[in-house]
Write a protein that binds this ligand. Structure first.
Ligand code: DC
Length: 231
């Protein structure tokens, strides 16, 4: 039987980490975990309870009331996020959560709370997890680490076109500004900043198609699995 591995996918926002992680999980029959959705679910809980960041910091026990899980919808071929038993997939992607998730994810108490759950999910291997600190903090021993990036201009162009297709009209310059700002916040925060793990492979997809990066990454994963299986 082939050896199961954990795959850590980190990188900048709007790089296609989720798309690649889902693809690899499907091809390998692994579990896909969107760690960003976990930060979003905690943010939704804090907003719904009307808690301030100071209150959460002073009394991290409130986080004990939060139960997050994912359920796979075979029709949509999509993992949906549940908060305390309620499907919150739509709410966690909305602007109300998006605006507040960055400050929430800078809190050490929140990171400690989620990282321990993420490590627990990965303890039996067979997980593809995407985020910002997976290769550095969550799974420092992951057998395959991919660090995705692309130029801010290319990411902004892709995001701009994607929003346009959804009928959301924004200025390209506004999207580019938002991407640069998020890069800055993610890379400079004190707790687990976005950083490439020393042993991660960089995947700059500025001039690659989705298919090319998918095929390349799957070949890396299969190579690692094979090398561990025959050892
Ligand atoms: O990947 P995303 O945009 O859904 O992530 C939402 C936010 O959570 C984003 O501001 C960065 C943060 N995040 C994080 O700090 N660590 C992770 N492992 C994943 C996401």
């Amino acid at each position: 039987m082939s050896q199961k591995i954990n795959i850590a996918i980190d990188g900048h926002s709007s790089c296609g980490k989720g798309t690649l992680a889902k693809y690899l999980a499907k091809e390998l029959g692994y579990l896909f975990i969107d760690s960003g959705a976990m930060y979003r679910a905690v943010t939704l809980y804090i907003l719904n309870e009307g808690l301030s960041l100071e209150e959460v910091n002073e009394d991290p026990a409130v986080l004990g009331n939060i139960k997050i899980h994912f359920e796979f919808d075979p029709e949509k071929h999509f993992y949906e996020t549940y908060l305390n038993g309620v499907n919150v997939e739509k709410e966690v992607r909305g602007m109300r959560v998006s605006k507040f998730v960055s400050p929430v994810s800078t809190l050490k108490v929140v990171r400690d709370f989620l990282v321990s759950q993420q490590q627990d999910i990965g303890k039996d291997k067979g997980v593809v997890m995407d985020g910002r600190d997976i290769g550095t903090t969550v799974f420092p021993d992951a057998d395959l680490k991919i660090f995705m990036t692309a130029s801010p201009e290319i990411r902004a162009k892709r995001r701009y076109e994607e929003l346009g297709k959804k009928g959301v009209h924004v200025q390209y310059q506004e999207v580019l500004h938002n991407i640069r700002e998020r890069d800055h916040i993610d890379s400079t925060r004190a707790e687990s900043p976005l950083a490439k793990a020393k042993d991660a492979i960089t995947l700059d997809n500025s001039s690659m198609t989705k298919d090319e990066q998918a095929r390349l990454s799957l070949s890396w994963a299969k190579g690692v699995i094979q090398s561990l299986t025959i050892q």
